[in-house]
Design a protein. Sequence first.
Length: 111
Amino acid sequence: MEPAKDIIKEPMLRYFAQNRTIRNACVSGQDGGYVIKIQFKDYVGTLVSSRGGPRLFTLDNAAKYLRSIGLPRFEVDASGFVPGRIRGPRPDRAVALRTTKTKSPKESLIK
């Protein structure tokens, strides 16, 4: 099975950023967030998560991430951006948090 040619994983991105072989980086909007697209000579790859899907960022976090790996300059294409949540709601976690028996800092000082 031939690997997909339009994806890039984080270790490869870091390697190419350190070796300064990246021609251009673009933060591109889509439904619920932004993806990072990297251009080499004749190749454009989208950064994917460890599970293989496109890695979604907020615009602020994408800027922080790119800067941290040595790419402080990039383009932004917000034409496809649709506001929404990056992750879906987790009502099960909300219920679990309400049922925990933790005390607030004020309650622990009263005793």
